[in-house]
Design a protein around this ligand. Structure first.
Ligand code: F6R
Length: 609
């Protein structure tokens, strides 16, 4: 979850470190720090709070060194404070380290180090690594790092700097991402691509167990035994502007507005030219493969899990295969019934979510066939799965996921239709009809995005309520869950989503005069039932805002406000109904003065358990 950067070259390191950290601040933002080798000593500066606090401290005190490391923290061990901020150093000040992940055996290591006279300054698990390197160093920096790695257990991406070896930075990776960017006479290190794409597109994406020895003019990748690995350069296709705000006030708003393009990119090249079929070049499935699969799991976290719920609906409805959807953090600990006849699909925007990655590994261990749906090419999840299909959403920087969700829905829909094609569970006419409607979705999202004024008004009017309820049936319920999550995470309003039919089994007790209820009513097969549920909450004097398909003349008769989205097939309508919900969350957060892109306590990519 933390962000890591490193620089070695001829320029003042601090420039890249601060710039890189600003691009990674979405990974964690409770404190930040840098260390720069200044010859006589290693200069270290840290500050609790946002990166600006660190920048303030550096204003009149910029180090001149040309090799350095930096970190933006999301606290796990030890509260946010200057002392707990990274980098951490050993007792002599000769070694510094930045870390993302958790050293699981740090308590035992710390006790041993203290008994051998080491003095600890922080409450973090990371500091043990700095003291261990001090103990293991016998004049060979790489050997010392390799010895330390043998002693630590857990997950990490680590960057080490040594004053005794001023021409090198050493990185190590296990279960957390780390990228080396290759420059001319300079090299860069980062936990994530946005930090380096303004500098270079040429990268080495480290695998678990790899160690990178990064010098000004060379990068060598070895394994833990010290053998050179045959590492291929990975060229990043994103452009630098994609990771900038591009005139929008927040990344979240930019990413909401990027959805038509993201969705178009994700579906393009996956539809046959004549519009008659889905082509999934990444997959080579046939009838035999699908027949042999007797169980499908979709496993994910958060928003990606919500996309999985929609995916289940699509696959069951179109391809007639039973699907279970599970939260990755639950799945991996409940001894799931998984074998070689199981297909496990994991969904992850970042491709780095720790629980999702662990669930994938566990599924593979049990013999399952695995498929990853991810946005980040070269991510750990993409590399671990047997097969991968990418959402082409471009970099998603805002903590609250938006375009990743809609592109995940698109892929789930196309995958379900692809499976239906193979299994012949949908007629050709129906398939063509669905593909025709699919192709219209990008323009329909644009249309939905063009009418934000009513949403702004609702947000201003109800943005100070403490509770909001979202209701819906069938696919509307899955979208309601995502709408409620968006509102919670960025505006801190307590929001709950309920399957409308469940209301009278308890929740109706919470519906009192003036409570805002967002009611999704787009699913024709359950429309009448949804309408009765809406009447139930209206009868308790709730303020009900409806989300309906254009042409619905019924809902307006009963409701205070209705937001219409363009008409499409009811299977595809979640791609449209989620848009006003994203905007509602965004403008509610603005109304309340919240930091939209960096909500409290959260970080973009959850690489710790
Ligand atoms: C919410 C959000 C999170 C992520 C979840 C999984 O807006 O972004 O709930 O969806 O942390 O992340 P990925 O998709 O990267 O595995």
């Amino acid at each position: 979850m933390c962000g890591i950067v490193g620089y070695i070259g001829d320029q003042k390191a601090v420039k890249f470190l601060i710039d890189g950290l600003s691009k990674l601040e979405y990974r964690g933002y409770d404190s930040a720090g840098i260390a720069v080798d200044c010859g006589e000593e290693i200069f270290i500066e840290k500050a609790v709070g946002r990166l600006d606090a660190l920048k303030d401290k550096l204003k009149d005190n910029e180090p001149a060194g040309v090799i350095g490391i930096g970190h933006t923290r999301w606290a796990t061990h030890g509260r946010p404070s200057d002392r707990n901020a990274h980098p951490h150093s050993d007792c002599t000040g000769n070694f510094v380290v930045v870390h993302n992940g958790i050293i699981e055996n740090y308590m035992a290591l710390k006790e041993g180090l203290i008994s051998r006279g080491h003095k600890f300054l922080s409450e973090t698990d990371t500091e043990v690594v700095a003291h261990l390197i001090e103990e293991e160093y016998k004049g060979d920096f790489v050997a010392a790092v390799r010895s330390v790695l043998k002693k630590i257990e857990g997950s990490y991406s680590l960057v080490f700097m040594s004053r005794k070896d001023p021409d090198v930075l050493i990185c190590a990776k296990q279960d957390n991402p780390l990228v080396v960017g290759l420059g001319e006479g300079e090299n860069f290190i980062a936990s994530d691509i946005p930090a380096i794409i303004s500098k270079t597109r040429k990268t080495y994406i480290l695998n678990d167990g790899e160690i990178a020895i990064v010098k000004k003019n060379s990068v060598e990748i070895i394994d833990r035994q010290g053998n050179a690995t045959d590492k291929k350069i990975f060229n990043v296709s994103w452009n630098a502007e994609a990771a900038e705000k591009g005139g929008y006030e927040h990344f979240m708003l930019k990413e909401i507005n990027e959805q038509p393009k993201a969705v178009r990119d994700t579906m393009s090249k996956r539809i046959a030219k004549d519009g008659s079929a889905i082509t999934m070049d990444e997959l080579n499935w046939d009838e035999k493969f699908l027949d042999e699969i007797n169980k499908i799991y979709i496993v994910a976290c958060g928003t990606a899990y919500h996309a999985g719920l929609v995916g289940k609906f699509y696959i069951e409805k179109l391809a007639r295969k039973l699907v279970e959807v599970d939260l990755a953090s639950e799945y991996r600990y409940r001894d799931p019934i998984v074998d070689e006849k199981t297909l496990v699909m994991v969904i992850s925007q970042s491709g780095e979510t720790s629980d999702t990655l662990a669930a994938l590994k566990e599924s593979k261990r049990r013999g399952a066939k695995t498929l990853a749906i991810t946005n980040v090419v070269g991510s750990s999840i993409a590399r671990e799965a047997d097969q991968v299909i990418h959402t082409w959403a471009g970099p998603e920087i805002a903590v609250a996921s938006t375009k990743a969700y809609t592109t995940q829905l698109i892929l789930m829909f196309m995958l379900a239709l692809y499976m239906a094609q193979i299994r012949k569970t949908v007629s050709q006419e129906r398939e063509r009809e669905l593909i025709d409607m699919l192709k219209k979705i990008p323009a329909q999202i644009s249309e939905t995005l063009s009418d934000v004024d009513p949403i702004k008004t609702f947000a201003r009017k109800y943005g100070f309520n403490e509770d909001v309820f979202y209701i819906g049936r069938s696919l509307d319920y899955s979208v309601a869950l995502e709408g409620a999550l968006k509102l919670k995470e960025i505006s801190y309003i307590h929001a709950e989503a309920y399957a409308s039919g469940e209301l009278k089994h308890g929740t109706l007790a919470l519906i009192v005069e003036g409570v805002p209820v967002i009611a999704l009513a787009t699913q024709k097969s359950v429309y009448e039932k949804t309408l009765s549920n809406i009447k139930e909450v209206k009868a308790r004097d709730a303020v009900v805002i409806g989300i309906a398909a254009a042409g619905d003349t019924e809902l307006e008769k009963y409701l205070d406000h209705v937001i219409f989205v363009p008409e499409t097939d009811e299977l595809l309508i979640p791609l449209l109904t989620v848009v006003p919900l994203q905007l509602l969350a965004y403008y509610a957060a603005i109304t309340r003065g919240c930091d939209v892109d960096k909500p409290r306590n959260l970080a973009k990519s959850v690489t710790v358990e």
